[in-house]
Design a protein around this ligand. Structure first.
Ligand code: NAD
Length: 456
């Protein structure tokens, strides 16, 4: 595809011209991005409504607002982060000095999914631009309206040789992956993550993979059950469950199972009314295929509530189902929709063993009033990140790294971690001509005793 080849070579020329190495340039571009988002906020919110039925409030909170806040934070920090930093030097190298130079990778490819189609394309872009890269964004072909808006904004506000948006399906994505990029940032499923990493390997391009998985949500009997239920219901049903870090399934201590389930149902009614299909704030499923996949998952399952759906309006009710055998598809594949299986357990050791026997999840949530227990669970389980006594909020801070591990991904971003993800740190030692110690030059043998004193 020649337009892809063209955009990548134009970006390479732009990068090589050195403009993006100038921090003032980056700051100006972030300012333009912020202006683009503010001037076109309505267009963006409308597109998110068209794609996923997100209310303006939810779309602003989870997509536009979070990115604006990101830009504000990067603008505050970028000068400090981009400066070469002096570090210590071992005495045997003195009087040399040691420096770390942050260096942009070059031309970055950002591949985004459809569930937060704006935020998951633009937040990595903010990090890439801050670090001094050019970037090509490939949004998802399923979030058609948002992808169009992204392409339109890029065209109107940026030089395509600096920031370009290439829309299209898997074929376009594959054509992009055939090109040589200097960094690939992929958000999507673990299956496609493997394909991306394989393609990157051909060019030895470093990758960050932000993948998904089945994130457990554990509730101990000593938790504040009403508040836990409220936070679980909000974390699960925001974006109609199409959130990579949504609680995928519940593990609840047997004695509090009934009260937790009652409370969650109560909160579903409070949030979305008696009939969520009529709610103005309950989003829709992205498309018919996904709706059918979700209805397949609940087939044969024992419903606690919900389950109703409509392929015409893409509505799928907030749904609780009884826990099933772990081999059932609902406990095997990432649900990625508003269905929450409820499993019970007796001891926390059982839970730790179960979590550790499965692929490492992107998130883990634990609700407990016992700080010691929380510490033990955090120490004994492996996962990307998560919360104690809450859901999702670990995502919305620049001070924590966000990313998966193992099957849920590699690398991280947000705040400084995002800047680091798009930066190569060059280690430089600066020597002088004033001193020249003899023991590093051949023939070495007469300095062996001295050397053994120094390197011991
Ligand atoms: P996906 O992997 O199907 O698609 C993601 C992107 O990859 C899209 O732009 C798509 O065009 C492209 N793509 C798809 N197949 C490809 C192929 N064979 N070769 C090259 N490119 C290809 O993911 P999705 O359905 O859009 O999103 C859902 C998945 O993303 C879930 O697993 C979810 O957990 C995960 N996710 C993770 C995060 C995170 O931050 N870790 C955030 C959101 C979504």
């Amino acid at each position: 595809m020649s337009h892809i080849d063209g955009i990548v070579s134009a970006q390479r020329a732009f990068f090589n011209a050195g403009k993006t190495r100038d921090v003032d340039f980056r700051i100006r571009q972030l300012g333009i991005l912020r202006r683009a988002l503010k001037e076109n906020e309505k267009q963006i919110l409308d597109a998110l409504y068209a794609d996923l039925g997100k209310s303006d409030y939810e779309a602003y909170m989870t997509e536009v607002g979070i990115v604006l806040e990101d830009i504000r934070y990067y603008l505050k920090k970028i000068r400090r982060w981009a400066r070469p930093r002096r570090v210590r030097t071992p005495y045997y190298h003195l009087p040399a000095s040691s420096w770390i130079y942050p260096e942009p990778y070059g031309v970055a490819l950002i591949i985004a999914p459809w569930n937060y189609p704006f935020q998951l394309a633009v937040a990595p872009l903010v990090a890439a631009v801050s670090a001094g890269n050019c970037a090509v964004i490939k949004p998802s072909e399923f979030s058609v309206s948002t992808s169009q808006v992204l392409a339109d904004l890029a065209r109107r506000y940026f030089d395509p040789a600096f920031i370009g948006v290439v829309t299209g399906d898997v074929a376009v994505s594959k054509a992009l992956l055939a090109e040589k990029f200097d960094k690939i940032f992929f958000t999507g499923s673990p299956g496609v993550g493997r394909i991306v990493m394989g393609a990157a390997a051909r060019h030895l391009t470093p990758v960050t993979l932000e993948l998904g998985g089945k994130s457990p949500c554990i509730v101990e009997k000593d938790a504040d059950i009403p508040l836990s239920a409220k936070r679980i219901a909000s974390g699960k049903f925001i974006n109609a469950g199409q959130t990579c870090i949504a609680p995928d399934y519940l593990l609840v201590q047997r004695s509090v199972r009934d009260s937790l389930v009652d409370e969650i149902q109560g909160h579903i009614r409070k949030f979305f009314g008696e009939n969520p299909a009529e709610s103005k704030v309950y989003p829709r499923i992205i498309n018919k295929n996904h709706l059918e996949r979700l209805s397949g998952l609940v087939e044969g399952a024992t419903l606690i509530c919900g389950g109703d759906h409509d392929p015409e309006t893409l509505y799928f009710a907030p749904t609780l189902v009884e826990g099933t055998d772990l081999s059932h598809p609902i406990m095997q594949e990432e649900i990625f929709g508003p269905i929450l299986p409820v499993l019970t357990y007796d001891t926390i050791t059982e839970v730790i063993d179960m979590v550790n026997s499965r692929p490492k999840p992107l998130a883990l949530y634990l609700f407990t009033g016992d700080a010691g227990k929380a510490k033990a669970v955090m120490n004994k389980t492996a996962f990307g990140g998560g919360c104690v006594n809450d859901t999702l909020i670990h995502f919305a801070t620049p001070h924590l790294p966000f990313g998966g591990v193992g099957n849920s991904g590699m690398g991280s971003y947000h705040g400084k971690f995002g800047f680091d993800t798009f930066t190569h740190y060059k280690g430089i030692m600066k020597n002088t001509f004033h001193v020249d110690l003899p023991f590093r030059y051949p023939p070495f043998f007469k300095y062996i005793n001295l050397l053994k004193k120094v390197l011991r």
